[in-house]
Design a protein around this ligand. Structure first.
Ligand code: FAD
Ligand code: SF4
Length: 463
């Protein structure tokens, strides 16, 4: 059954010049026959290096073997032992740095398309499965704050064990960054809705428009509402800015605000009541996934030219390689080794240009990356009227300010012990709220790990 083909079976995608005009999903997924052929490229290695590269240790060779044999339901079952959001992870995980980065087939040729196969198994399952049954209640209740991948995974794991779980979400829609950050063309919102519906079928209650720290404090979730434990999965939604002159001009946005308007509020739809600034020429400052998403969104909203402005080089771009490739194919221009120093404005405080300097890479800094250094006399101005700052985010300070005794690090992350418990008894935390902005799979893994610790805590304290 082994397939010697050295390259991945390409996944069909929308044509770049068509897709940069619409918000539909870019990658279209494998059909069953191609998925089987791709799965047959796997060597079923005894020492499973791919599994070592997966932060939640999905049994990769086993699920791939099931796809190769055409048993797609069993493939899904194996994946879902370790991952609560396979349809999401198959689409957005940085596989090239994780499972696929460690795949033996990548030594001579391309690795097995593990992400594409995971996505296939999940999509197949959702297209064919019936709703799951509700487990019997064990009589204990847990509050989860935040409905991103950390909160959803924690809730799902606990509900599966029979806990009565209520998720409190500040926004009017559940899903966290999966709903408000990652655009429709990369992660259709229907998939997130499906995952949330699955949790509801398990008995999880989701209370949207509920800001904890305002509606109830963390303490009150226990003392007034009677939850025996609390999980904080509140993410890192506070945007950072550069602090340069002119940054508060009209036409300058954080990527968070820009993407929330576009994704959550669907400002790109003709009949949307949410306004969005449609720049003529847009500069997105930053080089991560968030920057690529903002740039590709700006292009779809009609900008003539869109630039990624990043102070390091191509090698250092932190975004997933596939996203950079897709962005470039769609016409996004990379302005590398470039750093903004001032937003230029007109008399009405509209942004009318971005003054930048060229950079070169010097010696490595503390984290081993070569430090960008300004090239003397290299100042130049970019002709742009929209500037989107995608420079990273930090945890929102609200819970820290309203929860007495909740220990946090100096960058605002919630401190936890090795089981995910915070300095407050019975209050656990995980995901970006602890680590700062990271990845979906790490947040999901933290949510699952905390759920197991919550189960042990409640068994010890209340049984
Ligand atoms: P979030 O997803 O941030 O969810 C936290 C939730 O808590 C939010 O819904 C928020 O509204 C809610 N909340 C906050 N405070 C309160 C409160 N006081 N009360 C109630 N609710 C509250 N990762 C990848 O792996 N691959 C990618 O391709 C990728 N692309 C990304 C693109 C963008 C634009 C962004 C912003 C991030 C991207 N990431 C990507 C990172 C990834 O999405 C995050 O690491 C992940 O979502 C973190 O999950 P979380 O559950 O910890 O937090
Ligand atoms: Fe298959 Fe690659 Fe994992 Fe080996 S390393 S088992 S070839 S996916």
């Amino acid at each position: 059954m082994y397939n010697k083909r050295e390259t991945k079976y390409p996944m069909p995608v929308q044509d770049p010049l068509v897709r940069n005009q619409n918000f539909k999903e870019v990658a279209l997924g494998y059909d069953g026959e191609t998925a089987k052929l791709e799965a047959q490229r796997c060597l079923n290695c005894k020492n499973r290096p791919c599994m070592g590269g997966c932060p939640v240790s999905v049994r990769i060779p086993e699920f791939i073997l099931k796809i190769a044999e055409g048993d797609f339901d069993e493939a899904y079952r194996i994946i879902s032992e370790s991952s609560s959001l396979p349809a999401v992870c198959g689409r957005v995980c940085p596989q090239e740095r994780q499972c696929e980065g460690a795949c033996i087939r990548g030594i001579k040729g391309e690795p097995v398309a593990i992400g594409g196969l995971e996505r296939f198994a999940a999509d197949y399952h959702f297209a064919h499965a019936n709703s799951v049954g509700r487990p019997l209640s064990n009589g204990h209740s847990v509050a989860v704050v935040g409905s991103g991948p950390a909160g959803l995974s924690c809730a799902g794991e606990l509900a599966g064990m029979g806990y009565e779980v209520t998720v409190f979400e500040a926004l009017h829609v559940a899903g966290g960054v999966l709903s408000y950050g990652i655009p429709e063309f990369r992660l259709p919102k229907e998939i997130v809705r499906r995952e949330v519906e699955n949790l509801k079928d398990l008995g999880v209650k989701i209370e949207t428009d509920s800001v904890i720290g305002r509606l109830y404090s963390v303490e009150e979730l226990k003392t007034e509402l009677g939850f025996e434990a609390v999980f904080l999965g509140t993410g890192a939604g506070l945007p950072r800015f550069m602090g340069i002159k002119g940054e508060n001009a009209k036409g300058v946005f954080s990527a968070n605000e820009y993407l929330t308007r576009a994704n959550l509020m669907m400002a790109y739809e003709e009949d949307s009541r949410t306004p969005i600034f449609r720049g003529r020429r847009t500069a997105v400052v930053g080089g991560g996934n968030v920057a690529m998403d903002a740039a590709r969104t700006a292009k779809r909203l009609g900008a003539e030219r869109v630039f990624i402005v990043y102070r390091r080089g191509m090698e250092e771009l932190p975004a997933r390689k596939e996203e950079v490739r897709h962005a470039v194919e769609e016409g996004i221009e990379l302005k590398l080794l470039t750093n903004p120093v001032e937003v230029l404005t007109d008399a009405e405080k509209n942004a009318v240009g971005l003054k930048c300097v060229e950079m070169e890479l010097g010696s490595p800094d503390a984290d081993g990356r070569r430090r960008p250094v300004v090239k003397e006399g290299s100042e130049f101005t970019m002709d742009v009227d929209c500037i989107i700052m995608a420079l990273g985010t930090s945890p929102n300070p609200l819970l820290r300010q309203t929860s007495e005794g909740l220990a946090t690090s100096k960058n605002g992350g919630i401190l936890t012990d090795e089981n995910g418990m915070t300095s407050l008894d019975g209050v656990f935390a995980g995901g970006d709220a602890v680590t700062g902005s990271a990845t979906v799979i790490l947040a999901m893994g933290a949510g699952k790990k905390a759920a197991r610790a919550i189960d042990r805590y409640i068994s010890r304290s209340f049984s």
